[in-house]
Design a protein around this ligand. Sequence first.
Ligand code: GDP
Length: 720
Amino acid sequence: MKEKSTASSQKQIKAEKTNIRVHELAKQYNLTSKDLITEIETYGIVVKTHMSSLSPEDVKLIEEQRNLQSKSRETSVPLTTEDAEKPETKKAPQAEKKSKVNQHKHTTKKEKKKSKREVVEEKIIETKTIPDDNVSRQIQEGITVAKLASQLGGLKSTEVIMSLMKIGVMANVNESLDYETLVALADQFDFEPIRQLTLEDKILSEIEEEDDPKDLAPRAPVVTIMGHVDHGKTSLLDAIRNTNVIDTEAGNITQHIGAYYVESANGNLVFLDTPGHAAFTSMRARGAQVTDIVVLVVAADDGVMPQTIEAIDHAKAAGVPIIVAVNKIDVTNANPDRVKQQLMGHELSPEEWGGSTVCVEISALEGTGVEDLLEMLLLESELLELQGNPNRNAKGAILEAKLDRGRGVAATVLVQDGTLKIGDSFISGIYSGRVRAMINDQNKHLKAVGPSTPVEVLGFNGVPEAGDRFNVVSSEADARKISEKRQSELRQSQLSSNSTVTLDSLFDKIRTAEIKELNVIVKGDAQGSVQAISDELVKLGVGEVEIKIIRAAVGGITEADVLLAVASNAVVVGFNVRPTTEAMQLSTQENIDVRTYSIIYELISEMRAAMEGLLEPEVKEVIVGRAVVRETFKVPRAGTIAGSYVNWGSVSYNYPVRVLRDSVLIYEGKIESLRRFKDDVSQVATNYECGIGISDFDDVRVDDTLECYTLESVRRTLSP
Ligand code: GDP
């Protein structure tokens, strides 16, 4: 079944390749698919969508017609239907209606939206072109009704109140008017409303003030080490620490603060010592880009492994340059050239082979090549022209934070720019505070630190999260006010979280031009299908929205995939694979759309439907629980029973169930028997053990995951 569907959809791909698709041709003509479809209709070629194929004969006809048209265009006859419609819109609404009837359903919707936006744009132009003597009538948000009336040339307050009533606003003379209300009145009374900056806007604009180039000075690069497990990330961090001059000279007791500062003869560097991709991406997901350069550690005796590729994907998605450290060159079966060869397959071509990726051969264990690596990092950093301004208020990001019994909240701040001093007031995420003490990785108390310095800060009024921004502000009271506002906003947004892209919301987001590019993460059970799906998805991208595959890999959907989706606002699709329990929980929490399929055609057509606004999920799958198989036993007549432990949610008798082995879908069936000890039960909750029998399936094995789910019908709400 599985293979059949793969093969048939691949055949389909091949067949269509001989022709050209509408969107491909549209691209050649520099038109949107929609415009091309409308245009070729007038030549008698009717197609359904941008994915429809055009035969070589069609293409020839289109070519001829376009040539003819472009000749007549020179004699100033409007050409495309859209061009032709415009001058007629005002004069003959009938004609417009007629031509629109011919258009595709979603095109009509889009037109409506467009015209609404056009109206708004026209308004903006109108307000901007008011004659000079009226320009003075600019009205600030927050004005009272009485003041507004007097500023509008001595109107009576009642006149304004009446107009407000007409738009549904009941106000007395002393009421302040907000920006939206002023916009509604602006046309009638001919003035320009001005939005009042909030305290946060004002303070943040101070924070974002441009630096005087005179103040800028080079700063140390911030480096993150990534790579496959056991390839030597921790050993490399240790080796680098050992080369550290200050460390050895002072003989200080170092303390772990999540990052450390290295002084070398040729320059200084900062290393984040939380290796791993989850940390890197979860920081980015919270808006903090703290890494300037990634060191990708690849063991010379093991080569490129799944987490190596994952690291490459994460670094690329963040746009951070990569330097490769080929590690363990001391071991006998080390083969650095093989590693470099493999990296070429991932768009990292080594410099010595004519590419642009710096590869340094090292042994973290013996310390060989580590100095070279530092040298290369400093060179790269020079190329990046990393600069900071020590003469401004500090800003940075939280690397880690904890609640310490004796000291209160202790958070490591990476000061990215400016100088942080004892006594500074700050906001960080939803919290605020005043710097009481600063301690570095050498356990030294400091009074002031400059750009690119990691330092533990005491004085927070709550525990911030890794990745939260950190900004010094001039007033402690302001800091507190902003923090309170953010806390209440957070509570609000937790109630209505809807900013991520989901397939259900995709079309609306395309229509309102909120997204131009849809990021997709593709995971599957085999390289062939992952590749085929990625290729097909990319082809689906049309004028309005491009599809970008930010990660395509074999394997189950992991927490790291979901984190990458959060950081890149992506959707995740799985083919014959399922999310791990952690990934599932995280995706629910972060509202990431994770969809899984077992037929390629269904995956592609659902994605296409989502892009065209035609997605109609009548039923939605809800995972109710998961159990892990701890032992299996054969029971006469009943077959193999899985002695299982429910580790999340609950499992219920007669519910549909999936058998997953290493996140790969093995079987789908029903829970045919469910027992606790000797009793039949209808449901088993989290943390309980039970015996599960699955319909027509005996091959259940220890460590398999049983996923119990149900289908709920969902009514799709049509957006306006
Ligand atoms: P991580 O999981 O990437 O942090 O890897 P570790 O730093 O924990 O290293 C995994 C194993 O490889 C440990 O047993 C290290 O001692 C060993 N190892 C790390 N670097 C080298 C090296 O350069 N040469 C050799 N022979 N072993 C190394």
